[in-house]
Structure formats: structure tokens, C-alpha cells
Design a binder for this molecule. Structure first.
Ligand SMILES: Cc1cc2nc3c(=O)[nH]c(=O)nc-3n(C[C@H](O)[C@H](O)[C@H](O)COP(=O)(O)OP(=O)(O)OC[C@H]3O[C@@H](n4cnc5c(N)ncnc54)[C@H](O)[C@@H]3O)c2cc1C
Length: 394
């Protein structure tokens, strides 16, 4: 179990280089790297093929202490910072972006939303469980509302001392493994986004079922499922934040969450580059290793510069968030750039592995497939561009 050091970030913490890690950040990265190499790496291909993350690995992630990174120690969590979550997601994604996103959704979306918006009773009930054994899922998207998330139609009808949920959510990460679902529904469709309200729904609540699991191009081990609500009754105590303020919960958590996706894509790119450097040093053609050809060296150099630029953007956005500074534009930029760097680096990896890049026996074809999701979820590339354009043109 990792123990986190003193966490309150100060301006002094960030006065050095962005990539300069404090002692506790360095130790955390080392522990997670060792875990990823010893516990995740041997399972990557099998998890991809079976499209499943086994419970023993999820339990090991809880034991490692990375499923409740920002949860206060008094609730059994790590009491650490958002930046620590980002480091963990990066390191896990370096080996398997499916494990990266499981941990990312848990920390940067579900726990983050509860820490900021849940009342004390809900926190006391949910945070110890999330830190020790329960996986969380974040359910906003629907078939008709992806980019236009607040056009959602899942209905929460007030009824006696609670609400009755009806509707369907689509593409929900962690749905197969999760016990705790943060679900966005509208209490008043006529009120537009002002009707949207966030509810916690526990697995097993009557009227709530997990629907079809998607068969995906990449991050195949990460479950992505439909959620079905048919007259699903929840108590008033299940509301996170206030009635009608769910849009704020969603906007704020997604602004932070997309830094986590930036970290996932950064880790993926870094992993793909490491594989490629190793391979091009070993593989010989024309009597030389591939890495001895200047044409290959320049491609690797460009990829390394891309990974470093993604890292600077991701770390900067995360550190700004921890310092309580505005980070909206930086978060959008980091996801935009990191997801493009991930795709480009994984594509180069496939090219430089040659035929071996195209077969499953080698690790890079999977990373190439996994990279594509970075430009889609938690706001597509066009939506990140929209956010950045709005800020720079204001
Ligand atoms: C593997 C996976 C996991 C996911 N996990 C979750 C989850 O855990 N929780 C959750 O709530 N959702 C999740 N999603 C949903 C995801 O967030 C949405 O797919 C995403 O927001 C895009 O929505 P959409 O698919 O409806 O695409 P659309 O909104 O239909 O967009 C299609 C295309 O149109 C473009 N476009 C749309 N509007 C504009 C515009 N105004 N200007 C310019 N271009 C535009 C988009 O950029 C995109 O290229 C997941 C999706 C996937 C595939």
C-alpha cells in the first residue's frame, strides 16, 4: 500500500521545472511503474483478447492505494492531490490504457465529483467504499446526447420522499465492474440544462440494469456498457449537489477529468515510444540496427519531442488545478495535444515495427487501436478546439 507524503501544493512546489517531481511524487511514480510492469504487463494481451479486467487485478489496484487517491485519509484514501492521480494514470497507461482509464474514471470523475459536491452523509457512506473496494462509474452520455451532453433525456420524476429514474445511458466506462454510479438525469425537461441533477445509484437498485457491453476497437478490456433505468427509485439523499445543479457538477468534473485523459494518452505515447526505441535498437536491416539510420533517428526524435510537449501540457494543467488557478483552456489543450501525440506516436511505432507492428504478438498494434479513443471521450477534439477558440477569442 502506497503512503502519500504531505500534499498541500504550494507555489514553491511548482517554482521548479514542471516535470521536476517532489520526493513523494517520484516515489509514487516508481511504485506504480513497478506495479504496472509486474502485475499489469503480463495480463495486457489476455485482457485485450477477452475484453475483461479480472477482479484480482482490480483488488490489487485497491491494495496499491490508487483507487482513492484524493480521498481524505480519514475516509481511508490517500489524501493526495490531483497531480498524483495524473501521475498514476500516466504510469498505468504506459503499460495498459484500459487500466489507466479504469483508475482515471474512479479518481478524476467519480471521486472528484463526490469530494466537491456530495453532502457529508453521502461522503461518509461512499468515500470509504470507493477507497477500499467499490469501483465507480460516471453516466452522462446517452444515444442522442454525446457532445451535446445537456440534451439528455433520462428523467428523474419526484415521487414522495425520493425520485424515480427512467431512461438509458450509453457508453459508460467501468459499468461492468462498478458498484456506484453517478447518474445525470433531468427533473424538468422544460428547464433545459437547469433541470439536470446528479444522483448516486447503487448497483442492484431495483429498476436499474446494466445493458449491452460494447465490442470496441481499442481499450477493449475497459468495459463500456449501456445503463437502463426503468422506474428506478432513489432517495432524496442520493442527490449529489443540488437539484438542478447537475450541469455544474458535470462541467466542472469533466474539465478536470479531461486532464486525466490527457495523462492516459501521454502514458500511451510514452509506452509506444519506449517499445519503438527498444525495437529499433535490436532489429537489424542492411547490416545495421534500424536506430542507426538517420531517417529513423529523426522520426524517434520528433516523437520524443511530442511526448515531452504533451507531458508539459498535462502536468501544467494538473498543477494549475491543484493550485486553484484557472485551468480550463490548459485542460482542453492538454487533451487535444496528448491525444494527437498518442495517435501519431502509436502509428509511428507500428510503422517502425514493420510487419511485427501489425500483429498481436507485439505490443504496438494494441496501442495504435487504444489511441483513437483519446480524441473521442470526455469531449471530442472538435469540442476541445471549441473551448480553446472561445477562450482565445473572448
Ligand atoms: C469507449 C468509450 C467510453 C466512454 N465512456 C463514457 C463514460 O464513462 N461516461 C459518459 O458519460 N460517456 C462516455 N462516453 C461517451 C463519450 O463521451 C461520447 O462518445 C463523446 O462525448 C462524443 O459524443 P458522441 O459519440 O455522441 O459523438 P457526437 O457528439 O455525435 O459527435 C460526432 C462528431 O461530430 C463532431 N461534433 C459534434 N458537435 C460538434 C460541433 N458543435 N462542432 C464541431 N463538431 C462537432 C464531434 O467532434 C465528433 O467528431 C464514452 C465513449 C466511448 C466510445
Amino acid at each position: 500500500m502506497i503512503t502519500f507524503g504531505p500534499m498541500t501544493p504550494t507555489v514553491a512546489d511548482t517554482r521548479g521545472a514542471l516535470t521536476q517531481l517532489s520526493e513523494d511524487e517520484r516515489l509514487l511514480r516508481q511504485s506504480v511503474r513497478e506495479f504496472a510492469e509486474s502485475r499489469v504487463r503480463p495480463l495486457v494481451r489476455e485482457m485485450d483478447e477477452h475484453a475483461k479486467i479480472g477482479r484480482p487485478l482490480i483488488d490489487a489496484l485497491f491494495d496499491l492505494g490508487v483507487m482513492g487517491i484524493e480521498i481524505p485519509e480519514s475516509f481511508g484514501g490517500g489524501g493526495a492531490s490531483f497531480f498524483h492521480s495524473v501521475l498514476v494514470v500516466e504510469e498505468l497507461s504506459r503499460v495498459d490504457p484500459s487500466i489507466g482509464v479504469l483508475v482515471d474514471v474512479q479518481n478524476t470523475l467519480v471521486i472528484n465529483a463526490l469530494l466537491h459536491w456530495a453532502g457529508s452523509d453521502l461522503k461518509a457512506r461512499l468515500l470509504p467504499a470507493l477507497a477500499s473496494k467499490s469501483v465507480g462509474a460516471y453516466a452522462l452520455s446517452e444515444a442522442g446526447s454525446g457532445s451535446d451532453a445537456f440534451a439528455l433525456t433520462t428523467r428523474a420524476r419526484e415521487d414522495g420522499d425520493g425520485y424515480v429514474l427512467s431512461g438509458r445511458k450509453l457508453w459508460i466506462t467501468n459499468a461492468n465492474e462498478a458498484d456506484i454510479f453517478l447518474v445525470f438525469a433531468t427533473v424538468n425537461p422544460d428547464a433545459g440544462y437547469r433541470g439536470i441533477t446528479a444522483f448516486v445509484v447503487d448497483r442492484g437498485t431495483p429498476g436499474f440494469t446494466i445493458g449491452k457491453k460494447e465490442d470496441k476497437l481499442g481499450i477493449r478490456a475497459s468495459s463500456t456498457c449501456e445503463l437502463i433505468f426503468e422506474d428506478c427509485r432513489v432517495s432524496r439523499a442520493a442527490i449529489v449537489g443540488e437539484v438542478g445543479k447537475g450541469y455544474k457538477v458535470a462541467i466542472e468534473t469533466l474539465n478536470e477529468g479531461r486532464i486525466g485523459i490527457g495523462a492516459q494518452m501521454l502514458g500511451l505515447a510514452a509506452g509506444a515510444l519506449e517499445h519503438t526505441i527498444r525495437y529499433t535498437k535490436e532489429r537489424k536491416q542492411f547490416g545495421k540496427s534500424l536506430a542507426e539510420f538517420q531517417g529513423v533517428q529523426f522520426q524517434l526524435a520528433r516523437a520524443a519531442a511530442g511526448v515531452e510537449s504533451a507531458r508539459l501540457l498535462v502536468y501544467n494543467a494538473a498543477r494549475l488545478r491543484d493550485l486553484g488557478q484557472p485551468f480550463l483552456t490548459e485542460a482542453a489543450m492538454c487533451k487535444l495535444v496528448a491525444s494527437e501525440v498518442a495517435e501519431a506516436t502509436a502509428s509511428l511505432a507500428v510503422n517502425l515495427f514493420g510487419g511485427n507492428g501489425f500483429v498481436k504478438e507485439y505490443p504496438v498494434e494494441k496501442l495504435y487501436r487504444d489511441a483513437k479513443i483519446g480524441q473521442i471521450y470526455e469531449g471530442t477534439t472538435n469540442l476541445q478546439l471549441q473551448t480553446i477558440a472561445k477562450q482565445i477569442l473572448a
